[in-house]
Write a protein of this length. Structure first.
Length: 131
């Protein structure tokens, strides 16, 4: 079963894109992880995610009073009204670390190291990847 999925042309194309864009995604991941975002104080990270959404070409980017960021992708092939629903992609902004913790990120070869680097930062970085 998994072999059939991995051989699917669309899956292979998606995997190739992920591999090609991994270095840029790692850069976004490190940059976002280095912005402190303790629960209840995610504003700076949310602001940067909103900027990245705009840079990635997403539309109607909004940042609400508690730091949630929302945006829409409307591709040419999806110009028809949403009669069949939509897909929601999400990642959380906050970390479990208090504001006193140094959240800087270092790189050792291909490895990124820092508090929360693999928790939410990868998901956020992936959300703003370009097709």
């Amino acid at each position: 079963m998994i072999d059939a999925v991995l051989l699917n042309e669309r899956v292979r194309t998606a995997r190739a894109h992920i591999e090609r864009s991994d270095e840029a995604t790692l850069g976004r991941q490190a940059a976002l992880s280095a912005i402190p975002a303790p629960t209840g104080a995610e504003g700076a990270r949310g602001t940067r995610v909103a900027e990245m959404f705009g840079e990635a070409g997403l539309e109607n980017v909004t940042l609400d009073e508690v730091g949630n960021v929302r945006a829409w992708f409307v591709g040419a092939q999806h110009a028809a009204p949403l009669r069949h629903g939509c897909v929601v992609l999400s990642a959380h902004l906050d970390t479990v670390f208090g504001p006193e913790l140094d959240v800087s990120v270092s790189r050792r070869g291909p490895r990124l190291e820092g508090p929360g680097i693999a928790d939410n930062a990868r998901g956020l970085a992936a959300l703003v990847g370009r097709a």
